[in-house]
Design a protein around this ligand. Sequence first.
Ligand SMILES: Cc1cc2nc3c(=O)[nH]c(=O)nc-3n(C[C@H](O)[C@H](O)[C@H](O)COP(=O)(O)OP(=O)(O)OC[C@H]3O[C@@H](n4cnc5c(N)ncnc54)[C@H](O)[C@@H]3O)c2cc1C
Length: 419
Amino acid sequence: MSGAKWDVAVIGAGPAGLAAAIAANKAGARVCLVERESRPGGILKQCIHDGFGLVRFGQKLSGPEYAWRDIQLAKERGIKLFTDTFLLELEAREEGFVLTLQNSEQAVFQIVTRALVAATGCRERSARQVFIHGQRPAGVYTAGTVQRLINIGGHLPGKNCVILGSGDIGLIMARRLTLEGAKVQGVYEIKAEPSGLTRNIVQCLEDYNIPLHLGATVTKVHGSERVEAVTISQVDENLRALPGTEEYVPCDTLVLSVGLIPENDMLLPLGVQIDPRTGGPAVDQLMATGQAGLYSCGNALHVNDLVDYVSESGEIAGSSAARFSLGKPDRPCHLPVIPQGDIQYVVPQKLDIAAGGQAVLYFRSARTIANASLEISAGGQVLLQKKYKAVRPPEMERIVLDLALLPPGTEELSLNLRG
Ligand SMILES: Cc1cc2nc3c(=O)[nH]c(=O)nc-3n(C[C@H](O)[C@H](O)[C@H](O)COP(=O)(O)OP(=O)(O)OC[C@H]3O[C@@H](n4cnc5c(N)ncnc54)[C@H](O)[C@@H]3O)c2cc1C
């Protein structure tokens, strides 16, 4: 029952998917955008704080303001948007990708597309994934759920809160809960360093006198119907709770900000290679996965801290998908990109040297290093060097490499970060 045919289909209408759809449309492709929620904009719909768009627009915008620009542009360009539409099944066939979709208007239906962009964002790690003891009382939420309840639903989920994890969403919600009149007892982080951006530590915790406790975690949730308290324990260098350090902290709400997981389950049946370091598909600089015609971008590719780079990767994925679908497929010739020294991960994981031009490389350091230096080399030659006053794991770095610098016969490219 194969249905309407598209050049490019994009799954997910967050900032990555919107940018991909617009770029593919600008390149001349017939594009459709599939979104499971009733409005486009992705996570930005609930991010009413500002700080979005500094790189892309040179302006400090709120999440909805940032998303609005691309939503309007997509409308003006007549891009087909399927909302409230859920992807049930994805299959790769000779004619392209067959997507089985479901919505209340068309029930179960199929579309066929030559190229597909996966822009499905991330999901939040939950209580089960951090192994906290206790029953399962009401009052345990992920930070994104709290954000949605307050900013979209107008509900305050609790009045006396503990936040576990110092990721950016948790820091932002510590401030938001305080502004809404709740008491935030503190943010507890198991590692020795916060995992959020420095600007969020300052603007969301220090400015509101919210304490940040490092090397501490929640080991037990008390209460059967509703959270009544949590036990906090200090941890050793292996992040194991230290007996005798337990502290009983009364509260009615536990907010978890313990990490994001790129959402790629729908790609697994296609046998797409997932990089265990990023949780996203391994791609080249055109955002092409190993599966011909399949592209990935945004937080589904790797967790970004700035939406501007999410949109940038969407634009690259969308224009590459259009090129593929319009019969000008890239003929890849791949060179592996090897992270060395103190690099946690690099995206892309490989370079298509036949594509030429410039490649944007995103990387994160594995630890905080003052006066760090990055060296990019290939075939025994140093191609690029860069010094950093400091690098920190929460802050993603971006660097542009001119592929013309690669010496002939190069077999791999390495990025080495040292203190
Ligand atoms: C709380 C919070 C605060 C942030 N603060 C900042 C900030 O201050 N400054 C900044 O620059 N960045 C910030 N960011 C980061 C930025 O918002 C994200 O990096 C960005 O929104 C990710 O975009 P995305 O399009 O990849 O994913 P998302 O925005 O998550 O969009 C993915 C979309 O895909 C849809 N989808 C998923 N699966 C399917 C499916 N199977 N079928 C159909 N649709 C599907 C989802 O419904 C969603 O709409 C923040 C993020 C969060 C969560």
